[in-house]
Design a protein around this ligand. Structure first.
Ligand code: F6P
Length: 343
């Protein structure tokens, strides 16, 4: 069997580790051959591939990003039927029998539709945001949180030196997992998530209390936190997809804090894509490797239309269709754990 591997959507640490595990296990255990499609679905549509063999993937375990490249190209943009036909044509022309699609909501959504149209495909989930509902965890998250915590530890010392409030914006457009875990691990005084209504007066009161103790406040805010007042939301700069741009939440919060704690010096640091880069943590390398191994066993067993998923401590295959639609956001029970506590 010749398998085409692609990585789609935003990159994250651990993508290369999935590719490495899949190619090594597929080659050694099942005599499979592999090609890599460049830049996600774009490479499939354009028939642009790179050879993938054991020698090519061995050095990849600790390498950040994706050697296959990534894009947000959606093959169904010009119509689902034409998209499916084009993918099938290209796979036949290249002698590719099956696909391993590594991606998030969008990439796995396309994979689901291709499966329903009869294309042999399995998936592996990825996102630093850790918000896919069909798996208990995604690789990339652990690395992203560690990077954010390291940054907070550094910002805390400079904040203390200058008696400033340091506002740190982390990624997480729809779900606040990165902010929640960063805030807990860095000991932030305030942590704001997209899942909750932001009480700006309460934030101001907390900051005043921290200052009164002689400490410099540390605030972690998710990029998707609803900090903006109505007017600000209407006027906020947006990206091509209509999302409030990275940095918007941090800036809005600085503005709101200035109105509530007069005279306080603040600085905003937008960690943004820093969290997606760099070498994956040990935990992410392990999870990514396990996802790659599971996906290959599924292909070998003909368990198509499934994706690797962490359930408790086990990696199992679940229907690809379950990966999309509903995002796994931070539940009330997790927010309640720390509610009302002054750190
Ligand atoms: O991978 C998901 C994510 O990290 C979001 O948290 C963020 O909003 C988005 O990617 C930004 O992606 P890009 O700017 O690369 O399109």
């Amino acid at each position: 069997m010749r398998v085409g591997i692609l990585t789609g959507g935003g990159d994250c640490p651990g993508l290369n580790a999935v590719v490495r595990a899949a190619v090594i296990a597929g080659t050694q255990r099942h005599g499979m051959g592999f090609v890599g499609f460049l830049d996600g679905w774009r490479g499939v549509l354009d028939g642009e591939t790179v050879p993938l063999d054991e020698a090519a993937v061995r050095p990849l375990l600790g390498l950040g990003g994706t050697v296959l490249g990534s894009s947000r190209t959606n093959p169904f943009e010009g119509g689902a039927e034409q998209g499916v036909a084009r993918v099938q044509e290209q796979l036949a022309a290249l002698g590719v029998d099956a696909l391993l699609a590594i991606g998030g909501e969008d990439t796995l959504g396309v994979a689901t539709a291709l499966h329903e149209a009869g294309v042999p495909v399995v998936g592996a989930p990825k996102t630093i945001d850790d918000d896919l509902s069909a798996t208990d965890a995604t690789f990339g998250f652990d690395t992203a949180v560690q990077t954010a915590v390291d940054a907070c530890d550094r910002l805390r010392t400079t904040g203390a030196s200058h008696h400033r409030a340091m506002i740190v914006e982390v990624m997480g457009r729809h779900a606040g997992w990165i902010a929640l875990h960063t805030g807990m691990a860095a000991g932030a005084h305030v942590t704001l998530l997209p899942e909750e209504d932001v009480d700006l007066d309460a934030v101001g009161a907390t900051l005043r209390e921290v200052l009164a103790r002689g400490e410099a406040p540390l605030v972690v805010v998710s990029e998707g936190a609803r900090v903006h007042g109505d007017e600000a939301v209407r006027n906020a700069p947006r990206d091509a997809f209509g999302h409030v741009q990275l940095g918007g939440a941090g800036q809005a919060l600085e503005h709101e804090v200035a109105a509530r704690v007069p005279g306080l010096s603040t600085r905003v640091t937008v960690l943004g894509h820093l969290l997606r880069g760099g070498t994956p943590s040990a935990a992410d390398r392990v999870l990514a490797t396990r996802f790659g191994l599971s996906a290959i066993e599924a292909l070998a067993a003909g368990d198509l239309g499934t994706m690797a998923s962490l359930r408790g401590v086990d990696v199992v295959q679940v229907p690809l269709a379950d990966a999309t639609g509903v995002l796994r956001t931070v539940p009330e029970s997790r927010r309640a754990e720390t509610a009302g506590l002054r750190w």
